[in-house]
Design a protein around this ligand. Structure first.
Ligand SMILES: Cc1cc2nc3c(=O)[nH]c(=O)nc-3n(C[C@H](O)[C@H](O)[C@H](O)COP(=O)(O)O)c2cc1C
Ligand code: SF4
Ligand code: SF4
Length: 255
């Protein structure tokens, strides 16, 4: 069973491709997270978790979902994470943290594969567009069958070698980074908002409501960037810097 968390579609895309390659079921954890519901799953095939990297780790909301859910059947836990960087360093605390998570859940850690995908972090940086995005997705597409073959054979993904200094540069501060980054106070909808409600529907945290035809954010953001990237009018801004920035969601680039 493949279970994913995704804001702008990269991890969903990888999960669905793996679902095809492994002929296995694909589940959106967002459905549970939105309703604050625990998952209860049963699978004889390995569990594969697809999620983006947020500050060198899987989104803490996804970690919480995994910790609170029940996974019957297979003992094998694989992680396929998507990130914008092109090396393991982008997920520097995964190799030391996920094995403990698996152990606590009574599962075997089958290691983590990383797939470089286009960056969606528009609230804090310029993000790629055009051909560059297409090439990144093409490269990712080549890695997914390799991952699927390893999973089919019940093998382990290659172990990562992240320096301890990189781990200690992030791990003790992770919750602090979250407090710093996962804020929604700077979001607002500009005059091009048409009150369509798409932002409310895509938010995995149920953090947006439409009031008097405009979105209102409620302080439970996880910065997945779905609202700002997926608004059909590009009406959502984050402070002053996003006005002229490109927006990204994977469906924009899929044929
Ligand atoms: C809040 C946030 C933090 C991020 N942190 C990192 C990071 O530490 N390293 C990295 O390589 N990419 C980082 N990214 C980029 C995403 O991991 C990448 O674009 C991912 O594929 C998005 O997946 P999704 O479309 O499934 O949401 C970050 C993106 C967001 C929104
Ligand atoms: S998705 Fe965009 S246009 Fe639609 S309500 Fe939200 S901000 Fe307004
Ligand atoms: S408010 Fe926007 S960025 Fe925050 S969790 Fe919801 S969709 Fe994601």
């Amino acid at each position: 069973m493949i279970i994913y968390f995704s804001g702008t579609g990269n991890s969903k895309y990888c999960a669905e491709r793996l679902g095809e390659l492994l002929e296995d079921r694909v589940v959106d954890s967002g459905r549970y997270i939105r309703e604050r519901k625990k998952g209860k799953f049963c699978s004889t095939k390995p569990y594969v978790f697809c999620a983006p990297i947020y500050a060198s780790y899987i989104p803490l909301i996804f970690e919480r979902f995994l910790k609170s859910s029940e996974f019957e059947g297979s003992k094998e836990f694989y992680f396929v994470i998507t990130l914008a960087g092109n090396s393991e360093r982008g997920g520097s605390i995964l190799p030391d943290t996920l094995p403990d998570l698996c152990r606590d859940l009574g599962k075997e850690y089958m290691h983590t594969a990383h797939i470089t995908m286009p960056c969606n972090f528009v609230t804090y940086m310029n993000i790629p567009s055009g051909d560059e995005v297409g090439k990144t997705i093409e490269e990712a597409e080549k890695k997914l069958p390799e991952c699927a073959e390893i999973i089919k054979a019940h093998g382990k993904f290659k172990e990562w070698t992240v320096k301890k200094s990189e781990y200690y540069a992030v791990k003790p501060f992770l919750r602090f980074y979250y407090k710093l980054l996962m804020k929604d106070k700077k979001f607002f909808a500009d005059e091009s908002c048409v009150g369509c409600g798409a932002c409310e529907r895509v938010c995995p945290m149920k953090n947006i409501t439409i009031e008097n035809g405009r979105p209102v954010w409620h302080g439970h953001c996880t910065q997945c960037t779905a609202c700002i990237n997926r608004c059909p009018k590009e009406a959502i801004q984050f402070g002053k810097k996003t006005k002229d920035r490109e927006r990204y969601y994977i469906e924009k680039y899929l044929k």
